[in-house]
Write a new protein. Structure first.
Length: 320
């Protein structure tokens, strides 16, 4: 194991294999290393929540950010869903405090434990007030002249509906799709790419943060198709960039994006929204302004981080 420092934080780097068992082994090694120390434990995600009983046995107070309702995601097999469901319940029981990133996640967690044990703290993002144009020009794009999608190519993220809806609209602006598509190995990836019209551009997975920020900031609008989970970080980052947001209509995204966004349930809805934006481009500035207002209201890091600090300090003092 190696150690380094990141923004004043000491990090222990533990290698892990990419297979599911590798993630489980990584978590087990991490938990046992942490359990030999003192202080308060903050765990991000409940996928191996059963390991949190180690902290209870060692007398360490622990908080767990439960993230989304992972076992409901369509990509998992029945066995994987059963494992995730078991660990969600175990993590909810073993941890002293549960953190929900969305009010709907808090309501879901209340089915496992008392409301007093649950604290709702959404994710946050730094505001993006400016970004260079060089990264988007390198991709052959112009500022304000493309729609953007950033999502893993999974059915629950509505990529097929988005591509079909865009391909049927009258827009002259391209749809830029970020993500790692392997059509020869994944039938869903192949279906998405085959449904794409000439205006859809698959630019691959981009992990350079500066490039992604430029893509967000200069997009005409951001299209968000996620149907599962709570407060999605990608959607928060788009609000922080002042994107006009077009999002899948569900209980999670409506709370996050607020009343200034436009919402779709399927491909036909999205086509109608995009055609309306083409007919009246004055709609977009109001949507962008609403996104910035929603970010400043609920998702600024200056609001989010002190809530984590207060929670962890209270847990340290009381142990519960």
């Amino acid at each position: 194991m190696e150690e380094d420092s990141w923004r004043g934080i000491r990090r222990v780097l533990i290698p892990a294999a990419h297979q599911p068992w590798g993630t489980i082994w990584f978590d087990w090694v991490t938990v046992n290393r942490v359990a030999r120390q003192s202080g308060v434990v903050l765990t991000l995600g409940s996928n191996t929540g059963i390991f949190s009983y180690v902290y209870r046995l060692r007398g360490l107070p622990s908080a767990m950010n439960m993230d989304g309702i992972e076992w409901k995601r369509e990509k998992w097999t029945r066995a994987q869903r059963a494992w995730l469901w078991l660990n969600e319940r175990a993590g909810a029981h073993a941890s002293n405090c549960l953190i929900a990133d969305h009010p709907e996640i808090a309501r879901h967690l209340h089915t496992h434990t008392s409301a007093e044990k649950i604290t709702t703290i959404p994710y946050g993002a730094d505001e993006i007030a400016a970004a260079p144009t060089e990264p988007i020009r390198a991709l052959g794009l112009e500022s304000g002249a493309y729609y953007l999608v950033i999502a893993r190519p999974e059915p629950e993220n509505s990529l097929l509906e988005i591509v079909r809806g865009y391909s049927a609209c009258r827009s002259a602006y391209p749809l830029v799709v970020l993500g790692n598509y392997v059509p020869e190995a994944r039938p869903y990836h192949r279906a998405v790419m085959e449904a794409a019209g000439s205006g859809v551009r698959f630019v691959g997975a981009i992990y350079d943060r500066a490039v992604v920020e430029s893509l967000r900031f200069h997009a005409r609008a951001y299209i968000h198709g996620h149907r599962a989970g709570g407060t999605n970080p990608s959607l928060i980052e788009s609000l922080a960039a002042g994107n006009a947001v077009i999002a899948h209509d569900n209980r999670f995204t409506r709370w996050v994006a607020g009343t200034g966004a436009r919402y779709f349930s399927g491909a036909e809805d999205l086509t109608a929204i995009l055609d309306a934006l083409e007919s009246d481009p004055t709609i977009l500035p109001a949507m962008a302004q609403a996104s910035r207002a929603r970010h400043r209201e609920a998702f600024r890091q200056e609001h989010i981080l002190p809530r984590y600090e207060r929670l962890l300090l209270t847990l340290s003092e009381t142990g519960a």
